[in-house]
Design a protein around this ligand. Structure first.
Ligand SMILES: [Fe+2]
Length: 129
């Protein structure tokens, strides 16, 4: 699980809401993974991973647009970080997930959530200065 903390807010409402949404989508995957009552949950998990990827693309575009509009100087390094992250997401082996390799999925989820928190507090919080 990844929990939103008030100090993750960067002070731009639209971006903060998008960050919260990314946490929520990720938590839906954690919830399903932990739920032992659903027998075949991996199709649903894969659907949510696709949703997470698409929402991440939408969010990065919106965030980059915002940085461009305010003339943010570190836009380029943000873009590099965003693209690296998207590449990592594209590299997720859905077959391993579909085959029920929970450890693999948990590793991916932990990576995604840790990256998001780190990126928000170390990079995104600098956007508004
Ligand atoms: Fe960012």
């Amino acid at each position: 699980m990844v929990t939103w903390e008030d100090n993750y807010a960067i002070g731009v409402e639209a971006i903060d809401e998008q960050h919260k949404e990314l946490f929520q989508i990720s938590n839906r995957i954690y919830d399903l993974l932990k739920n032992d009552l659903i027998t075949d949950k991996y199709d649903s998990i894969i659907e949510i991973i696709e949703e997470l990827k698409n929402y991440t693309i939408y969010h990065f575009e919106a965030e980059e647009e915002y940085m461009k509009n305010i003339g943010y100087k570190k836009l380029l390094s943000q873009k590099v970080a965003h693209n690296d992250f998207l590449e990592k997401m594209e590299g997720i082996d859905l077959e391993q997930i579909d085959n029920g390799h929970n450890e693999y999925l948990l590793g991916i989820l932990d990576f995604v959530c840790e990256w998001l928190v780190e990126h928000i507090i170390k990079e995104d919080r600098l956007i508004v200065g």
